[in-house]
Design a protein around this ligand. Structure first.
Ligand code: HEM
Length: 367
């Protein structure tokens, strides 16, 4: 695979070809006409219902992945800083930002509506800024949510569309590519502003991710990260950490409100465990019902629709299917998370018993 090598001995004669569903327009555009460009994953989910658990698609090939050297350097530096211990150290900063949001909700009172998607985006963005880069975006003090959120959403959408279009069409659509590049430049400018701020106000004793990237050499190559690699990683953190967490929290509230009895139980648990005291790390292991609510939300409303990998060499899937080295493999997370063989016929129902009282620990591996 692209991120870890595995030497699989192949006996191609024993491997099956993955089935290739029929294509419209004599196959001229592969399966691209089957894809809804604004929500391609929904098209993939529909095809999975139609074609079964594994099938092949012919699509555009406009995906770019970082070079392994640059990825490796950043990965080795950041994984220890972002491990469990590092995240525990971020708790006070997380509490700081979530207190700002709770205070806002409290002051708004019951007579005002709360725009959850907007506030949870602010929460996620501010939390990453403070926890990872000790930088305050101050999202709860402005009228508009930071423009990075809009830029990111447009870039993700436009990049998704590019990946599902023939290369020739992409070459013609120069204006949409110009807009995408403009948004990317603005996102880079946000990253550069954070770096400039730290350079202007050094914090030598701070062990946050930004200082790690700016001042630590990679143990394998002995090299520090280039300015460009730092910029790309800052943007990766802001994007990867912000949409996923705000989306998960939004769906958590959605699922709880759609099932009010779960909302009430979650509330009772918080009252019982935390009460009127300030939330601490020590409270977390006792919030088992809330933990189940988050797990069931991640299963049913995962913010990650697919995982995409590409093998370095010809290989096989499950020892059964042939996969050549030029094939992108997408794992359909929704299919995995709602497989009736594992989750039963009510797989599409928000049911917390699946995650409570040891049920989570007894799920089949990789489910
Ligand atoms: C509900 C929350 C989250 C979910 C479901 C999630 C999920 C994922 C997934 C599925 C991957 C790809 C893993 C792979 O390809 O092997 C990933 C990668 C990544 N995530 Fe998250 N993530 C979440 C929160 C965060 C947060 C809060 C941050 C940072 C503040 C973050 C930063 C990253 C980074 C930097 C990568 C790339 C790692 C690498 O290539 O080494 N994620 N995440």
């Amino acid at each position: 695979m692209s991120r870890s090598s595995s030497n699989v001995t192949l006996d191609p004669s024993k491997l099956e070809d993955i089935s290739l569903p029929g294509q419209r327009f004599f196959g001229l555009f592969g399966h691209i006409p089957e894809m809804d460009a604004s929500f391609p994953f929904q098209s993939i989910w529909k095809m999975a219902d139609q074609y079964g658990p594994i099938f092949k698609l012919k699509l555009g090939d406009d995906m770019v992945y970082p070079t392994e050297t640059n990825w490796g350097k950043a990965h080795r530096l950041l994984v220890p800083a972002f491990g469990l211990l590092g995240v525990r150290k971020m708790f006070d900063d997380m509490l700081d930002i979530s207190s700002e949001m709770v205070l806002k909700w409290d002051r708004l009172g019951a007579q005002n509506e709360i725009d959850m998607a907007d506030d949870l985006t602010r929460l996620a963005f501010d939390t990453i800024g403070l926890c990872a880069f000790s930088f305050r975006f101050n999202e709860f003090y402005g009228e508009q949510v930071h423009p990075f959120a809009g830029q990111m959403a447009r870039v993700l959408l436009a990049s998704g569309k590019r990946a599902f279009r023939p290369g020739l069409v992409n070459q013609v659509l120069t204006w949409s590519e110009n807009e995408r590049q403009e948004d990317i430049s603005k996102m880079h400018a946000v990253a550069d502003e954070i770096v400039r701020d730290r350079e202007a106000h050094p914090q030598p004793d701070n062990k946050d991710l930004l200082n790690t990237m700016l001042s630590t050499a990679d143990r394998e190559t002995g090299e520090k990260l280039s300015d460009e690699n730092i910029r790309f990683n800052l943007v990766t953190f802001l994007v990867a950490g912000h949409e996923t967490t705000s989306g998960t929290l939004c769906f958590l509230y959605y699922n709880l409100l759609r099932n009010p009895e779960t909302f009430i139980k979650a509330q009772q648990e918080v009252d019982r465990v935390v009460g009127d005291s300030v939330l601490t790390l020590e409270h977390l292991p006792s919030l088992t019902y809330l933990d189940a609510c988050i797990k069931e939300t991640l299963r049913l409303s995962s913010p990650i629709p697919t995982l995409v990998v590409k093998p370095k060499q010809d290989t096989s899937l499950g020892g059964r299917y042939k996969v050549s080295s030029n094939t992108w493999v997408q794992c359909n997370m929704r299919g995995l998370h709602t497989d009736p063989a594992v989750w039963g016929e009510d797989a599409n129902v928000f049911r917390l018993e699946r995650m409570l009282n040891g049920a989570f620990a007894s799920l089949p591996p990789n489910s």
